[in-house]
Design a protein around this ligand. Structure first.
Ligand code: HEM
Length: 450
């Protein structure tokens, strides 16, 4: 019911406050909030398999389910695929993709500069951040932005379609008996029909095979791997991998960037510190140059702002569901039979005061700098925004490069305040916690003008 009412993150936090660290939230569902449970369920090598929730995320392709790293439930197949392609996602492996991010950042900046040419403009930053995220992932994966930024709209309808699919996936997975929801899904994009992002991915993969390029992008990394070691990856796995890179990345990336812009705008002392740190570095570059990612790695306050935003606004608002394996398990002293659905909701563990301090509801990046070292390490271990253990986000290195570069270039080029600070934004309280109602008054930053 909490998912249906769009309030699951907050409800999940409330029930843990009331009943403690172990709460039964459904007939076979148990929600946990402790670091020990995080390790047992998600974190260690023997982490539990994903539940049937993830069945809802499997797209149909050429008449069969198309599995990818995200949707695979079978542990052996997941381990094998990750072993084969994991090397393509390391920090070193994705470093050559930086120019793809730069290309999108330039378009983003220039579009906002056009809109603010005559002075301050009120801009729907919830939308613009999403337009950037989607185009940038197009550029990173297939060297093609989808035209979101240039058009300034959800030109393909993919953002609206994804929003609806995510909401319905969250709902349907909580109440599998609601068959009518599946029918609704079929009416939108269809669990049986191929969804348009997958169709586009598949046609781009075929096009690239016919007309190879040497562009640095994820598709070429997969194709090069196949060429050099044909047994490492199949054409179907390549299609599935590019598809999930697009699907798993665009909305959560946008959620993260929105959270940073929103909380920084609401906390002037944080904005001042962040701007000071960026300005000190920025003075070494001309206004039209983009600062290389390697120079951003030492920005300690930026790192703290990103961590704190990831903490206070979990990208996923439901328990990340796993299944107790054969033989059952004991978690926090409770004996749980095989088949029980267990897991952690990022909103819950991120508001555990024993880990993050008594002021968990406050946006305070400094906690990542001035807390005792032991506590900082504990906070890092329990920051669950990118997941944990074997099923942790494999795109994290790409995402961090996108986030750091976007934030630094945004504050170098623009001043931004909430157009309606008296209003709260709207947060979807379902699987992906998308925010809307965050128009911002954007002005060109004076150093850029000079
Ligand atoms: C801020 C941005 C991002 C966040 C917060 C994020 C978060 C997550 C989380 C929490 C998971 C685990 C989900 C679960 O267990 O249900 C995950 C998995 C995954 N993410 Fe990300 N993600 C981000 C960006 C990206 C990007 C940019 C890509 C690809 C380019 C990507 C690709 C994937 C893939 C393939 C998986 C499945 C990994 C596996 O199970 O082995 N993500 N992500």
């Amino acid at each position: 019911m909490a998912v249906y009412k769009d309030e699951m993150p907050r409800k999940n936090v409330e029930v843990h406050k009331k009943y403690g660290s172990v709460v039964r939230i459904g007939p076979k569902h148990v929600s946990f909030s402790s670091p020990e449970a995080l390790q047992t369920i998600h974190g260690n090598r023997q982490a539990f398999p994903k539940s049937d929730f993830y069945k809802q995320t499997v797209a149909q392709f050429e008449g069969l389910p198309l599995y990818n790293l995200f949707s695979i439930q079978d542990i052996d197949y997941h381990t094998s695929l990750k072993k084969r392609i994991g090397g393509l996602y390391t920090k070193a492996a994705v470093a050559d993709l930086e120019p793809n991010i730069d290309a999108c950042l330039k378009v983003f900046k220039s579009e906002l500069q056009k809109m603010t040419q005559e002075g301050p403009a009120s801009i729907d930053m919830s939308l613009w951040v999403h337009l950037f995220s989607f185009d940038c992932l197009g550029e990173l994966n297939i060297s093609k932005p989808f035209g979101f930024l240039k058009s300034g709209t959800d030109i393909t309808g993919w953002i609206r379609g994804s929003d609806r699919l995510l909401i319905m996936t969250g709902l349907y997975a909580q109440a599998p008996f609601l068959q009518w929801i599946q029918k609704m899904m079929e009416a939108v994009w269809g669990m049986r029909k191929t969804n348009p992002i997958l169709l586009k991915t598949s046609s781009l993969v075929q096009e690239r095979i016919k007309m190879p390029t040497s562009a640095p992008d994820m598709l070429n990394k997969f194709l090069n791997l196949q060429e050099s070691q044909p047994d490492k990856i199949t054409r179907r796995e390549i299609t599935g991998s590019v598809y999930i890179n697009l699907m798993a990345g665009h909305d959560v990336l946008a959620v993260t960037i929105r959270a940073i812009l929103y909380y920084v705008a609401r906390t002037p002392s944080v904005e001042a510190k962040l701007r000071d740190e960026i300005a000190a570095l920025s003075s070494r570059y001309t206004a039209s140059e983009l600062i290389p990612y390697s120079a951003l790695m030492d920005l300690k306050y930026l790192d703290a702002v990103i961590n704190e935003s990831l903490r206070i606004h979990g990208n996923l608002g439901l328990v990340n569901e796993r299944v107790v394996p054969k033989g059952g398990a004991v978690i926090e002293g409770y004996k749980l039979p095989a088949g029980t659905i267990v897991g952690i909701n990022p909103w819950v563990i991120h508001r555990n005061p024993e880990i993050f301090g008594p002021d968990v509801e406050v946006f305070r990046p400094a906690r990542w700098i001035d807390s005792p070292e032991e506590q900082i390490n504990e906070m890092k271990r329990n920051l669950f925004s990118f997941g944990a253990g074997p099923r942790m986000c494999i795109g994290k290195n790409i995402a961090m490069m996108q986030i750091c570069k976007f934030i630094v270039e945004f504050y170098r080029a623009f001043d931004a305040k909430l157009s309606h600070p008296e209003q709260e934004w709207h947060v979807v309280g379902n699987w992906v916690t998308k925010q809307s109602n965050m128009d911002m008054e954007i002005t060109q930053h004076k150093e850029t003008l000079s």
